[in-house]
Design a protein around this ligand. Structure first.
Ligand SMILES: C[S@@+](CC[C@H](N)C(=O)[O-])C[C@H]1O[C@@H](n2cnc3c(N)ncnc32)[C@H](O)[C@@H]1O
Ligand code: SF4
Ligand code: SF4
Length: 326
């Protein structure tokens, strides 16, 4: 136990409009003075790592200062990016090399056409260019892949491509649905999810790079992810602490039950205490659901979505029934 990492949503602004994105887009940037306070305060509670995410971090006007501050304070940081503006932010990364832990690029397909269908024309070329820059500057990078009906059959090709491109790894994750239509069109059935998870395991055994599945994978572990373990705290672009970066500003959500404190008015210590209380509550809820044989609790992220009212558009009388194979 103990705080290890902050996930900081620098902005909800994004240059792309990916079809399945769970993040409500907007024009809010996290106040830099709040980041200064947050980084210093969280360090007192044990935080030593940061993941900067968005929206798109490259659009955060004070990215250079935020990365510089992380380095000065002795944090190690990672970024999650769509890669479009990588050339522009590269100098900021090079200037903070001792602090740079990892770069995660989001990839949807091994083909230009397949990736650009999701992320817009020119996106694949931008990622390919970003990867070349990482290679020439010897920067560590991996890919994040949302697995869905479109790319399930591509997992092996994607992982092989990642290895070929010089990535350290590839992390697959199940798609978290934001509407009934997307769920019907893109979500994998439970059966196909198991196939995807098994495929990731198989690829991990045969490839030289790291191949893994995110916390969205099926499991019955009581503590199934870093947020619920109390180790990773997320801050949204308005300075509010959320149980998880996947839940904050969730598109189509009915409530903001994941928000446990606002750092504009609450100290970090109090917000972290509230966060731990919600993490314990959520763990307990899930343990009870698992012991009742509730299949949806096997997928921890789905369980959070349902129990924290993020998918109110679902027919509550038949929760996620479309996921079960006929
Ligand atoms: C919200 S994005 C922000 C960072 C950056 N804009 C990017 O796309 O990499 C963070 C990660 O969430 C993933 N993501 C977005 N919507 C998702 C969904 N509905 N289910 C699962 N992952 C999702 C993205 O693919 C990306 O890897
Ligand atoms: S997944 Fe990332 S790039 Fe795509 S719309 Fe969402 S925030 Fe933007
Ligand atoms: S959505 Fe819930 S289960 Fe998934 S990573 Fe976040 S806190 Fe953990």
């Amino acid at each position: 136990m103990g705080l290890k990492k902050l996930v900081i949503e620098l902005t909800d602004l994004c240059n792309l409009e990916c079809e399945y994105c769970f993040q409500k887009s907007g024009i809010s940037h996290l106040e830099f003075s709040l980041i200064q306070r947050l980084l210093k305060d969280a360090q007192q509670w044990g935080a030593s790592k940061i993941t900067f995410t968005g929206g798109e971090i490259a659009l955060y006007p004070q990215l250079e200062q935020a990365l510089g501050l992380a380095e000065v304070l002795g944090y190690r940081y990672a970024i999650v990016t769509n890669g479009w503006h990588f050339e522009r932010i590269l100098p900021f990364l090079n200037d903070t090399l001792p602090a740079l832990n990892h770069i995660f690029f989001s990839l949807d397909s091994s083909s230009e056409k397949g990736h650009d269908i999701v992320r817009g024309r020119g996106s694949y070329a931008r990622i390919a260019n970003a990867v070349e820059l990482c290679r020439s500057h010897n920067l560590p990078f991996s890919f994040l892949v949302v697995v869905n009906k479109r790319n399930l059959a591509e997992m092996e090709v994607l992982a092989t491509l990642a290895a070929h491109m010089g990535a350290r790894g590839i992390v697959f994750g199940h798609m978290l649905p934001t509407s009934k239509l997307l769920e019907e069109q893109l979500s994998l059935s439970y059966g196909d999810r198991r196939i995807a998870e098994a495929e990731a395991q198989r690829l991990a055994a045969v490839l030289d790079i790291s191949v893994s599945f995110s916390a969205s994978a099926s499991n019955n572990a009581p503590i199934c992810c870093e947020p619920l373990a109390g180790k990773t705290v997320s801050v949204d672009c308005r300075g509010r602490i959320s149980l998880c970066c996947q839940l904050a500003d969730y598109r189509g959500a009915a409530t903001e039950n994941d928000i446990v404190g606002d750092l504009n008015v609450t100290g970090f210590g109090q917000a972290y205490a509230n966060f731990l209380a919600l993490a314990v509550k959520q763990r307990t809820r899930r343990s009870h659901a698992l012991s009742r044989g509730d299949v949806s609790a096997t997928y921890p992220c789905d369980f959070c979505l349902t129990t924290l009212d993020k998918t109110a558009w679902r027919d509550q009388s038949a929760p996620i029934s479309t996921m079960v194979e006929a």
